[in-house]
Design a protein. Structure first.
Length: 297
C-alpha cells in the first residue's frame, strides 16, 4: 500500500474514532491487522502519535468560545459561588491529575496491553454493554428534561459539577489507559452519567478533560519516539521529504475529520443518545475476539 494512501486512511480512522466512544487505539490496531500493515518501526510509531496530536488540536479550536467563557468566569464562576478548585477548569485539572499519576506508574502494563487484540475486543464488548445499560437507565430522565422534578439526572450543565464527580470521572478514565479498547470517551461519559450528569454535560466534560489528558500523553509519547534508541530511534532532522509529506497528510486529515466528527457527535448525542455506539462496540468487539481466537496457533 502506498505510503500516502496509507497516511490518508489512518488519518481518517484516527479522526473518526478519537472522540467517539469507540476507541481510536483499537481501531488503528484493527486496521493494522486487517490490512496486514506493519506499523511497529520508529517512524510509524511516531506517525500514530502525530495524527493523534492533529485530532487533539481540533478541540481547543472547536470549543474556543466556551473556553474563553470559562476563562472569563474563573475562579468565581457565573454565580460567584465557586473557587479555583470547584470551577469547571479547576475540576478538569483535578480529574486530569487523578488519571495521569496512576497511568504514568502503570506505563509498562499499558504497553503490554496495546498489542493484545483479545484485550481490545473484550474491552470494546464490555464497554459497549456498560454504555448501553447506563444510557438506557437515564433515558427517561433525559426525555423529561431539565424542568422535570429531580430524578436520576441532577447535573445538566458542567458548571453544576462538584469535586467528588471530577475525582470519580478521573478515576474511571484510568480504565481506558490500562485496557486499550475501553475508550477514554466512553469511560468518562458513562462515569458522568452514573454520577447523575446529563448526556450533554458528561460529554462536554469528557471533551474538556481530554484536552490536557491527551495533549500531555501525546507529547510524552512523541518525545519518547523522537528520542528512542536503536531501531526505533527517529531523529526529526533525519526525516526525508517523503516522510514529512506522510506526516503532514496524516496530521491534516486527522485534524479535519476529528473536527467534523466532534461537531456531528455533539448534535447526535443531544437528540438520540449513545445506544448506536454501544451496539457498534458490542458487534465490533465480538468480531475482534473471534478474529483474535483464530490467530492463536
Amino acid at each position: 500500500m502506498h505510503d500516502y494512501f496509507l497516511s490518508l486512511l489512518l488519518g481518517i480512522v484516527e479522526g473518526l474514532t478519537e472522540f467517539l466512544p469507540v476507541s481510536s487505539t483499537a481501531h488503528l490496531r484493527i486496521t493494522e491487522a486487517l490490512f496486514h500493515l506493519s506499523l511497529g518501526n520508529g517512524f510509524w510509531k511516531m506517525y500514530t502519535v502525530v495524527i493523534q496530536l492533529g485530532a487533539i488540536l481540533c478541540l481547543p479550536i472547536y470549543f474556543r468560545r466556551r473556553i474563553a467563557e470559562l476563562l472569563g468566569t474563573f475562579p468565581r464562576g457565573r454565580q460567584g459561588d465557586q473557587t479555583a478548585l470547584t470551577h469547571p477548569l479547576g475540576l478538569t485539572v483535578v480529574a486530569f491529575l487523578v488519571t495521569a499519576i496512576p497511568a504514568f506508574l502503570l506505563t509498562k502494563v499499558i504497553g503490554k496491553h496495546l498489542e493484545s487484540l483479545t484485550i481490545m475486543g473484550g474491552a470494546l464488548l464490555i464497554g459497549g454493554l456498560v454504555m448501553w445499560l447506563v444510557d438506557a437507565r437515564n433515558a427517561g430522565a433525559e426525555a423529561a428534561g431539565e424542568k422535570a422534578a429531580p430524578g436520576r439526572i441532577r447535573i445538566w450543565q458542567m458548571e453544576g459539577m462538584g469535586l467528588g464527580r471530577a475525582v470519580w470521572i478521573g478515576a474511571c478514565q484510568i480504565l481506558s489507559a490500562v485496557f486499550p479498547g475501553t475508550s477514554r470517551s466512553m469511560s468518562t461519559i458513562a462515569a458522568g452519567q452514573l454520577a447523575g450528569m446529563s448526556r450533554a454535560s458528561a460529554l462536554e466534560f469528557s471533551f474538556f478533560l481530554s484536552i490536557p489528558t491527551m495533549l500531555v500523553a501525546t507529547l510524552y509519547d512523541l518525545l519518547k519516539s523522537v528520542r528512542g534508541h536503536g531501531e526505533n530511534a527517529v531523529g526529526v532532522s533525519g526525516l526525508d521529504a517523503h516522510e514529512w509529506i506522510v506526516l503532514l497528510i496524516g496530521f491534516v486529515v486527522s485534524f479535519m475529520v476529528a473536527y467534523a466528527a466532534v461537531a456531528w457527535f455533539i448534535s447526535w448525542v443531544r437528540r438520540r443518545g449513545f445506544t448506536p455506539f454501544a451496539i457498534y462496540r458490542i458487534v465490533v468487539g465480538a468480531l475482534v475476539l473471534i478474529f483474535a481466537s483464530r490467530m492463536v496457533p
